[in-house]
Ligand binder design. Structure first.
Ligand SMILES: *Cc1c(COP(=O)(O)O)cnc(C)c1O
Length: 469
């Protein structure tokens, strides 16, 4: 017994002295700054050789406590060989986005606070800033005053939360309490969408007890937008899924028309706007989101277009009671606040990182005009790329309404070859996709760092790669 107690004391003392001296944090800070300074010169994607070196992490878990400086050093020297450099200006894959400096600094500071954001009582500051962000988001996206927001890990969880609220609401309209009775024997819910909807919607429907075969798919047009004329007659058993930003073409569904039809029929409309809904904050692009305020719920990602660090999704919902009912939890020890807003009523999680700090800081730092400028710049760079590539004889396969550019060569083989040649250059990284049965190069502009010059260089990469074909 005694020995055990002593060894615990020794590690406790070790940690106390680490906190006191701060050396460890100085070491981490210096490495972090070095990484930041190398953002422009580092390869955008790690080489195969460097990825291979990550095997060195495959160690035996040590018996004894390690030196913390060595741990941090190992991450810096070995770990960074395997990082994807998407915080720079030349990463165009997956709509990943960069991070604003103020959001990184905020993350550092508030990581030290380590706030558990589930309840008001577990972190008054988190609950308070969630309310502020909720208000600001409604303002910049122009959503109804009664909308509530939940701050979740990403677009997938935002979609999940909204669909849970929709399921509760639609069944309640038909006299069925899904929280008590479950889905078995429940009145039918009609799930309506088009065949270009994001995989996250399907995944979440499965998680919520619906199979893919329960979805009524209607067609989408050439740009991947819903064909409104194909909508069936709607009623109060329908949930319709629309998209603000097709993950390939970047296109936006016709929200106004669909929402008006749905509102009359008491159907629920959910808009998955993970990266695209942010254009509502851009004066020149907000025409794309016309009518979104007539929907019932919305999902978006701050970690994509808004360039907040990862782990930042937002669900917004016009029916606060349905949302809180769908995501409720009760337990003798849970202390809900009578007068304050408890974050966990709006998210699937109970304990959660207080992730709203970085969002709050970025919104405040950019301001309405700065958000507009950043979001609009992604469009401007995408148009620059599409026009530049077009001039060089490349075929652009989509209408560049926002930040997405789809490039296709004469054959799928050539496209695949060209894509890997650019990826292997380490100078830029683009994704691949399938668009209308064709293999395409998919370029997403979503980093505040991407400059006019970066696009010029990327066009050069295409030209060089074409020569090598
Ligand atoms: C990225 C994305 C999602 C999923 O969001 P995550 O943050 O990756 O969970 C859902 N829908 C669309 C349209 C997306 O672009």
């Amino acid at each position: 017994m005694r020995k055990k107690k002593d060894s615990n004391n020794s590690i406790q003392n070790k940690m106390l002295s680490e906190l006191k001296s701060k050396d460890l944090f100085e070491v981490a800070k210096n490495y972090a700054f070095q990484y930041l300074d190398e953002t422009e010169t580092r390869d955008v994607y790690p080489s195969q050789e460097n990825i291979q070196k990550l095997q060195d992490f495959n160690e035996i878990l040590p018996d004894e406590s390690s030196k913390p400086e060595d741990i941090i050093k190992q991450l810096h020297t070995l770990g960074t060989l395997g990082t994807v450099n998407h915080t720079g200006g030349n990463y165009f894959g997956f709509i990943i986005g960069s991070a604003t400096p103020v959001s990184l600094a905020t993350k550092w500071l508030t990581d030290v606070w380590d706030q558990c954001g589930g309840l008001f009582v577990s972190s008054p500051i988190n609950a308070s800033l969630e309310l502020v962000c909720e208000k600001w988001l409604k303002e910049i996206l122009n959503l109804p005053k009664n909308t509530v927001a939940g701050f979740v890990s990403g677009g997938s969880m935002a979609n999940f939360s909204a669909l849970a609220a929709a399921r509760f609401h639609i069944l309640k309209q038909q006299g069925w309490n899904v929280n008590k009775k479950g889905l078995s024997g429940a009145p039918k819910i009609r799930l309506i969408t088009h065949n270009q909807i994001h995989a996250s919607i399907k995944k979440n429907l499965v998680l919520l007890g619906f199979g893919d075969e329960c979805i009524e798919y209607i067609s989408s047009d050439d740009e991947g937008r819903i064909v409104v004329e194909e909508l069936p007659i709607l009623d109060n058993s329908c949930i319709i899924f629309l998209q603000a930003g097709n993950a390939n073409s970047g296109s936006f569904d016709n929200f106004e028309t669909v929402c008006e039809m749905a509102n009359k029929a008491k159907s629920w409309v959910h808009i998955d706007g993970a990266f695209g809904l942010w254009v509502a904050a851009s004066k020149s692009l907000s025409y794309l989101t016309k009518g979104i305020e007539k929907a019932d719920s919305w999902a978006l990602d701050a970690h994509k277009t808004l360039n907040v660090p990862y782990d930042s999704g937002i669900v917004l919902c016009k029916h606060a009671t349905s949302m809180a009912n769908a995501l409720q939890a009760s337990g003798d020890y849970i202390i809900y606040s009578d007068t304050k807003r408890d974050p966990m009523l709006y998210t699937p999680e109970m304990s959660k990182r207080s992730r709203v700090f970085e969002l709050w800081a970025t919104l405040k730092y950019l301001g309405k005009n700065g958000i507009d400028t950043m979001v609009t710049s992604f469009h401007e760079r995408a148009v620059q790329l599409a026009e530049g590539l077009n001039k060089e004889g490349f075929e652009i396969l989509n209408e560049v309404v926002f930040n997405q550019v789809l490039v296709g060569l004469e054959t799928d083989e050539k496209t695949t070859k060209m894509l890997s040649s650019i990826q292997n250059s380490g100078k830029a990284w683009l994704g691949g996709s399938l668009w209308k049965g064709r293999t395409v190069i998919r370029v997403s502009v979503s980093s505040w760092r991407t400059s006019y010059k970066d696009i010029v260089n990327t066009i050069e990469l295409f030209k060089e790669a074409k020569k090598d074909l």
